[in-house]
Design a protein around this ligand. Structure first.
Ligand code: GLN
Length: 496
């Protein structure tokens, strides 16, 4: 049996029944990582030493190999945020989510590559070289949790934990043909997640099915005193509550999400997914959501503003890398931050500092906050009428590597369908729903009201009972297809 064909829950069941041992599962994961890493560069650190032997009764996922995006603090294992500035940082504590997963018997295989500090949509801004899409190695896997999506798609781990500030779980899941979910803001504690934009950041799962995502969320969700924004939503019970029933559910399709700029293949695949949901008994309706046009500008103003404040702590004194050469304190700060951050991170810090500056605060930051409030209200009204909303995840399938770096504005605009859920704090899931003419996966997004995790997961579960897009795997590695990789900087302070 090829264990890599299984979902996380299927593997968990085999581990509990004793048909497969934890050592066999970990060995299969290690072998898959060793085979795929030279191609896709999904991992930044691979766990060494013997696999732990967890209590298999701890959760349905106990013993199942998984991995974390490298902005999630893991005790004793480097956490670099794919940045030079944190190249030598090894946390002495676990993030709350990692702590809960460890208690539930999760077996961590290591840390996953990403855009530097989660800023990007293609996983190309990593200091440690870009991640490549297992479906086509000349393409980006999406981002910023590109390593997480690529590792799950390539069968290296059965699920991964990523972060989503403006789409970073859902968009790479879409580009790699896997299922990813950003829960309601506050559903999962952000304690130990290196902050990008604190009012938007959320942790969530990337896995092979909606049921797997439910199982991971059952473990990670819940109030945590160390994150005052974490919510007291009912923890656990999502997996057990999945019914696959859609009868009587009303699903709204915002017209503005299917207009200009959307590739025909994506529109066709998402509308076909709508058709499947209708056959399962859902009522579909088009409606207008004009606030969509404010989403990208408001998101980039707010995200950059918060990033400029959050990233002020990386100054060469308290954490990570420090520029050599001495000089006074100002010089040390300037040189450390100029040399330690990549250009996308520096661009966002500058933009964020600008929109917060006294002369421009009202014109940019305050207006963005007003747009954010309007977006939240518009979604609130939509959820008075509809149980769920259905949209595309991204305007097109995975871009070619190198394309977006030269045109950051185009990259920002491609986040149009994912950023509203973060601005409004809503749960949203990306599920595979087809392929484009180049054989690249396409995803559909389901959004629910705050706290509506179950409705979102159940609709995706219903869809996945009816379709097999989520079961498709990338073709086995074809070395001839390997694209020439751009010069990759040498990694400092990790095991790869
Ligand atoms: N692409 C978006 C950005 O660059 C979202 C990133 C994220 O969700 N971390 O900010």
């Amino acid at each position: 049996m090829d264990l890599r064909e299984l979902t996380a829950l299927e593997l968990g069941a085999l581990l509990r029944s004793g048909e497969v041992t934890c050592a066999q599962a970990a060995a299969a994961s290690r072998a898959a990582i060793a085979a795929a890493q030279p191609d896709n560069n999904a991992f930044l650190t691979v766990a060494e030493g013997p696999a732990p032997a967890p209590d298999l009764a701890a959760s349905p996922l106990a013993g199942v190999p998984m991995a974390y995006k490298d902005n999630i603090c893991t005790k004793g294992m480097p956490t670099t945020c794919a940045s030079k500035i944190l190249g030598n940082f090894t946390p002495c504590y676990d993030a709350a989510a990692a702590e809960r997963l460890r208690r539930a018997g999760a077996v961590s295989m290591g840390k996953l590559n990403m855009d530097e500090f989660a800023m990007g949509s293609t996983s190309e801004t990593s200091f440690y070289g870009p991640v490549k899409n297992p479906w086509d190695l000349s393409r980006s896997p999406g981002g910023s949790s590109g390593g997480a999506a690529a590792a799950v798609a390539a069968g290296e781990v059965w699920y991964a934990v990523g972060s989503d500030t403006g789409g970073s779980i859902r968009q790479p899941a879409s580009h790699c043909g896997v299922t990813g979910m950003k829960p309601t803001y506050g559903a999962v504690s952000r304690y130990g997640l290196v902050a990008y934009a604190s009012s938007l950041d959320q942790l969530g799962p990337i896995a092979r099915s909606a049921a797997d995502c439910a199982a991971v969320l059952d473990i990670m969700m819940g109030r945590d005193a160390r994150d005052p924004t974490s919510l007291d939503l009912p923890a656990g019970g999502l997996l057990a509550a999945l019914t696959g029933r859609l009868r009587g559910k009303k699903i709204g399709l915002p017209r503005q999400c299917f207009g200009d700029g959307l590739e025909d293949a994506v529109r066709a695949a998402v509308l076909a997914a709508a058709g499947v949901l209708k056959e399962r008994g859902a009522q579909l309706e088009w409606f207008d959501l004009p606030v969509m046009s404010y989403a990208v500008p408001a998101y980039y103003v707010i995200a950059c503003a918060e990033a400029s404040s959050n990233l002020a702590r990386f100054d060469g004194v308290r954490y990570g890398w420090r520029a050599e050469g001495g000089g006074d304190l100002e010089t040390l700060y300037r040189r450390t931050r100029t040399e330690g951050f990549g250009s996308e991170v520096r661009r966002r810090i500058l933009l964020g500092t600008f929109v917060l500056s006294a002369g421009y605060y009202d014109a940019y930051y305050k207006r963005a906050l007003r747009a954010r409030a309007a977006i939240g209200q518009a979604f609130g009204r939509a959820f008075q009428k509809y149980d769920l909303l259905l949209t595309p995840v991204a305007p097109a399938a995975a871009p070619r590597l190198g394309e977006s770096l030269s045109d950051p504005l185009k990259m920002y605009l491609s986040d149009v369908y994912t950023v509203p859920a973060n601005l409004a704090g809503l749960p949203a899931l990306s599920m595979p729903c087809g392929f484009d003419g180049d054989g690249l996966p396409i995803g559909a997004q389901l959004l629910g009201p705050a706290g509506g995790e179950l409705a979102v997961l159940d609709a995706a579960h219903a869809f996945q009972q009816e379709t097999d897009w989520h079961k498709r795997r990338p073709p086995a590695r074809k070395t001839a297809e390997r694209s020439p990789s751009p010069a990759e900087p040498e990694r400092k302070g990790g095991s790869l």
